[in-house]
Structure formats: C-alpha cells, structure tokens
Design a protein around this ligand. Structure first.
Ligand code: G1P
Length: 295
C-alpha cells in the first residue's frame, strides 16, 4: 500500500489582494483569528499522515520559515511566567527537525512551475499538494478524506466542489466522464474556462494527490491560461496514461486569497470557538439590526 508521505505547499505568491498588509508579511502568515493560514494547511496535512513538508517559497517569505522554528527564548520566558496556555498554543507550530524543506521559485511562472520545482525533494512517489489560500473547514480533514479514497483509485486526484456556472473562469474545471459517490472520473481538465464553454461546474479546489509522472509533464509544459504554467494542464496531459479523479470532499472551502473569503472564513472559525462565539453573535446582532429593519 502506498503511503502519501510528502506534501508540497506552493507559497511563493505575492498576495497583492492583501496589500498593504502583504508588503512585509507573506500572505500565508495572515491570521485567521490567531493562527496563520499556513498553520491550517499544515494541520490538515498532518491529519492526513503527511510526514515531510516541502514549501515552494520566494523572496520576502522568510517569516514563514521562522514560524516553524523553535522559539527557545520565548518558550523559556513563558515557562518562567507560568503562561501554560500560551505555551500550549505554540505546540502546533512544532515540527520534528528535518521534516521541513524550502525550495525557492525565482520567477513567478505559475502553479505548474512552482510544483515542478519540488521534483528532487519529492522523488519517485505519489505526493500531496495543498494551496494554503484554500482553507477547508471539515469534520475530517479534506486531504485525509482524499488519501483514503486514493488507496482505491490511484492515479491523480483533485479535490472538487460545485460552483455557480458564472464562476467557472476562476477555477480549473473537470470534464466529467462518470460519477460514483464522491468520485468523478474525469475525461479532461480545463483551466479557467469561460462559463459558456466550461464542460461542467465541478471545480478544482487546492488539494491534489499526484503521481510522480506529473513531473515529466510539468517539465514539458507550455504557457496556459493567463500565460502561466498551469498545474491543471499538466494533469490533463497525463490523464490518458494515469487517470484523474475528482473527489467531492465533505466540508466547506473558503477562498482566503480574496478579502471577502478571508472575512467569511474568520466568521466561520469564530463560530467554532465557544469562547468567542457568544460575544461575537451579540455584537453582530447589534450591528446588523439597522440593516434588518431597512429590509
Ligand atoms: C488555482 C488552480 C485552479 C484551482 C484553484 C483553486 O488557481 O490553478 O485550477 O481551481 O487554484 O483555488 P488560482 O486560484 O491560483 O488562480
């Protein structure tokens, strides 16, 4: 049985939609409540059994590397001051030594290019890709659900969700050959098709399990949508040989690459936190009362 041990996190993007905040902070370090985006992706990967974490970074992303370091002086001070809750909060940033690697993308040439840079670190085994912008709130981590399904299917697997047809041009879209439960067998993938030519409304969400054959395809990839090297195109090129399944995960996805999605995710996660929820609901009820009266 192949165990998915490695995950690639493409984190080289500039985060222009969050300027000026992202002028000096990587967008993956922006916090949803009190945890940076990257923490949600890493937690989801760990819950799926991932043991090695490969970050494709770029200039200005140093804070991401520091975040997973042991903060000896800070921990000592918290210990001395008896701040046990604060110490416990640091627990989830602790990664076993030697399990993180960083590879640099020097030019922003697209997601396909970024994933291709992880080739040497991944080697010849199936691996996961997680886009930290896509935050998934799920009873069981979305990647863990996919890993379980992949044991049966093999081949490439992409997470999917249904989107309104007018939004197809924001996503990779599946051309669905057949469906069984949460699985959709694809006969093709198209990156960001216009709504009138999109083959379906089943969209790719930023979770992938890829066979190592993808690296050969990535190496030979020409520019696709937006002039970038698209991961979707590489998967599509490999489809006749390897097979591709969409997996309609159980859970709710937030597009934290957009300000609106980020705010919505913040609210959703506040509602999961009993110590924050009640006061927040009262505050919102108060704030939204005038709007409701108008309606
Ligand atoms: C990327 C992928 C796209 C996928 C999306 C999910 O696009 O290229 O296929 O649907 O992530 O978030 P991006 O949002 O980076 O433009």
């Amino acid at each position: 049985m192949t165990h998915i041990r490695k995950a690639v996190f493409p984190v080289a993007g500039m985060g222009t939609r969050f300027l000026p905040a992202t002028k000096s902070i990587p967008k993956e370090m922006l916090p949803l409540i009190d945890r940076p985006l990257i923490q949600y992706a890493v937690d989801e990967a760990r819950a799926a059994g991932i043991e090695e974490f490969i970050f494709v970074t770029a200039a200005g992303k140093g804070a991401l590397e520091d975040y997973f370091d042991t903060a000896a002086a800070l921990e000592q001070r918290l210990q001395q001051n008896g701040k046990t809750a604060a110490l416990a909060a640091l627990e989830r940033t602790r990664m076993p030594e030697g399990t993180l690697s960083f590879v640099r993308q020097n030019t922003p040439r697209g997601l396909g290019h970024a994933v291709g840079l992880a080739k040497r670190l991944v080697g010849n085994e199936p691996f996961a890709v997680l886009l930290p912008d896509d935050v998934i709130r799920a009873p069981h981590g979305a990647l863990a659900q996919m890993v379980a399904a992949h044991r049966e299917t093999r081949g490439h697997m992409v997470a999917t969700m249904d989107v309104p047809r007018e939004q197809t041009s924001s996503y990779g879209i599946l051309d669905v050959a057949s469906e069984k439960g949460r699985l959709a067998h694809a006969r093709g993938l198209v990156e960001k098709p216009r709504p009138d030519i999109a083959p379906s409304t089943q969209a790719i969400v930023g979770r992938y399990i890829l066979e190592p054959s993808i690296f050969g395809r990535l190496a030979n990839l020409g520019p696709g949508a937006g002039g970038e090297l698209q991961l979707t195109d590489a998967i599509n090129a490999d489809l006749p040989d390897v097979g591709v399944n969409g997996y309609r995960f159980e859970g709710e996805r937030f597009d934290c690459g957009s300000v609106q999605g980020f705010v919505q995710a913040t609210v959703a996660f506040v509602m999961d936190r009993p110590e924050l929820r009640d006061a927040f609901c009262m505050f919102m009820a108060d704030r939204t009362a005038p709007l409701r009266n108008v309606a």
